[in-house]
Design a protein around this ligand. Structure first.
Ligand code: SAH
Length: 404
C-alpha cells in the first residue's frame, strides 16, 4: 500500500484539516506511488490522517482527498463531490449563465477548476464546461471527473484548458482540448453567455483562464448599479466585463484599457451584442501604467475607476515588488478621480492578504494627497466559497472606495 509518513509534529496542520502536505513535512514514502496516485497519510506514530493524491515533484507533495478513513477514493467519490458542488451552485448562484461549478479545495477536489457557460435566452444555444486540471491528483482522475461532470450537469460538452503555468510545478505538461462532446467554436465564432442581464462573448479556446473572469460577477453588478450618468475608466478591462456592466447601467462614457488586442476586440463586439451605443465606449490597446500617467497629463478625470490587474505577486517572493505596483496604479487612480468619485480596486494575488492590500491602498491615497473612505470590502462571488481552514483559497479581494 502506498503510504506517506510525516515527520513528528507535522500532523498538526492535517489535524486542523488543512488539505496540503508540503514535501518538507514528509519523512518517508512507502510503496512506489505514481504521479496522482492515492496515498494513505500517516503521522509519525502511524496514526491514519488522510487519503491524499501524491505529487512527486511538487513542493505540495500531496493534497488531501478525504480525512475519513472509511471513505475510499474511487469513481463514486468523484460523483459525490461533483454532485455536491453542483447542488450548492443550483441553490445559491442565480441570474447568470457563467458559473464556477468547481472551485478546487473549497469543493473537496484540490487543483480542479470547472466553469460552466450557458447562453442567454434568444442566443444560439451554448452549454459548455471548461476545466483546468492543475494538480497531479485531479489529472490522474480526469476521466472519472469528466464522466461525473457530464452525468451531473447533463452538459455534453467539456473542454480542457490545462495550460496554466502552475502545471509545471506539478510536473505536468500544458494540455488543451476536447474531453467530451463537441469542439467549441473557433474564433471569430465565439460562445455567448450572460450575467446580470448582460450578454458576453467567451473565447474558451484562446481566452484567459477558462475564457471569462466569472469571479467578478457580483462586483460587475455593483458597477452596473452605480454607473448611471458617470464617466467610467476601466483599467485591465480584458473583454470588457466591467465596461459592459457600466454601459448596461447607463454610464455616460466608458474608457477601457488593456494590453491585449484580442481581448479588446471581443470587448467591442460585446457592445454590439448588447445593442449598446458604441459611441459611449472607447477601447485603448495600451499599457495601464503608462496610460494612467498620460491621462493625468491630458487633464482627464473620471467619476468611477475600476482597477482589476493581473496577479502581480505569483508567490510570496514577489510581494514587495507587487506591493509597489499596486500602490502605483492606485495612487494614479486616486489622482484621476473627481471628488465624490468611486474607485473599485482589486488584487487577485493570493500572497497579498486583505489587510495588506488595504494598507497598500491606504498608502496610495495618502501619497496621492486625497482623502478616501472604504464603502465596502469586496470579494469573489458565492460560487467561490472558502474553506475556514484554508486561507490560501482567498485570492480575490477588492475595496470599493470613495474620494471625499
Ligand atoms: N476585469 C476583467 C479581468 C481582468 S484580467 C474582467 O472583468 O473580465 C487582467 C487583464 O490585464 C488581462 O486582460 C491582461 O491582458 C491585462 N494586462 C496585464 N498587464 C497589463 C498592462 N500592463 N497594461 C494593460 N493591460 C494589462
Amino acid at each position: 500500500m502506498n503510504t506517506l509518513t510525516l515527520k513528528p509534529g507535522k500532523e498538526k496542520s492535517l489535524l486542523r484539516r488543512h488539505p496540503w502536505i508540503y514535501a518538507t513535512a514528509v519523512a518517508r514514502v512507502d510503496g512506489n506511488p505514481a504521479s496522482g496516485a492515492t496515498v494513505v497519510v500517516r503521522a509519525a506514530d502511524g496514526r491514519f490522517l488522510a487519503r491524499a493524491a501524491f505529487s512527486p515533484v511538487s513542493a505540495i507533495r500531496a493534497r488531501v482527498w478525504t480525512f475519513n478513513e472509511n471513505e475510499p477514493v474511487d469513481h463514486a467519490f468523484f460523483k459525490r463531490r461533483v454532485s455536491a458542488a453542483l447542488a450548492y451552485r443550483e441553490e445559491m448562484v442565480h441570474d447568470t449563465g457563467a458559473t464556477r461549478l468547481l472551485f478546487g479545495e473549497a469543493d473537496g477536489l484540490p487543483g480542479l477548476i470547472v466553469d460552466r457557460y450557458q447562453s442567454a435566452p434568444g442566443q444560439p444555444q451554448t452549454d459548455q464546461l471548461v476545466c483546468q486540471f492543475m494538480a497531479a491528483g485531479v489529472e490522474a482522475w480526469k476521466d472519472a471527473i469528466t464522466k461525473a461532470l457530464v452525468g451531473a450537469t447533463g452538459c455534453p460538452n467539456v473542454y480542457e484548458r490545462s495550460d496554466a503555468a502552475v502545471r509545471e510545478r506539478e510536473g505536468l505538461p500544458s494540455i488543451t482540448g476536447v474531453l467530451a462532446g463537441a469542439e467549441p467554436p473557433e474564433a471569430p465564432e465565439l460562445l455567448t453567455t450572460h450575467e446580470n442581464g448582460v450578454k458576453y462573448y467567451v473565447d474558451v479556446r484562446n481566452g484567459h483562464k477558462t475564457g471569462f473572469y466569472v469571479d467578478q460577477r457580483d462586483n460587475r453588478r455593483l458597477v452596473q448599479q452605480q454607473a448611471k450618468g458617470r464617466d467610467v475608466l476601466n483599467c485591465f478591462c480584458y473583454t470588457g466585463g466591467f465596461s459592459l456592466a457600466a454601459l448596461a447601467g447607463g454610464a455616460q462614457s466608458v474608457l477601457s484599457i488593456d494590453s491585449s488586442g484580442e481581448a479588446l476586440a471581443i470587448g467591442a463586439r460585446n457592445v454590439e451584442l448588447n445593442g449598446f451605443d458604441a459611441a459611449r465606449a472607447e477601447w485603448r490597446d495600451a499599457d495601464v501604467f503608462k496610460t494612467l500617467r498620460a491621462l493625468r497629463e491630458e487633464g482627464r478625470t473620471f467619476d468611477m475607476i475600476v482597477l482589476d490587474p493581473p496577479k502581480f505577486a505569483p508567490s510570496a517572493h514577489h510581494v514587495d515588488r507587487a506591493a509597489r505596483a499596486y500602490k502605483d496604479i492606485n495612487m494614479a487612480g486616486f489622482r484621476l478621480l473627481r471628488p465624490g468619485g468611486q474607485l473599485l480596486t482589486y488584487s487577485c494575488s493570493g500572497a497579498i492578504d486583505a489587510d495588506l492590500f488595504q494598507k497598500i491602498v491606504a498608502g496610495a491615497a495618502v501619497d496621492a494627497g486625497v482623502d478616501a473612505r472604504i464603502l465596502r470590502r469586496l470579494s469573489a462571488g458565492m460560487d467561490h466559497p472558502m474553506l475556514t481552514q484554508f486561507p490560501e483559497g482567498e485570492y480575490l479581494k477588492g475595496l470599493w472606495l470613495q474620494r471625499m
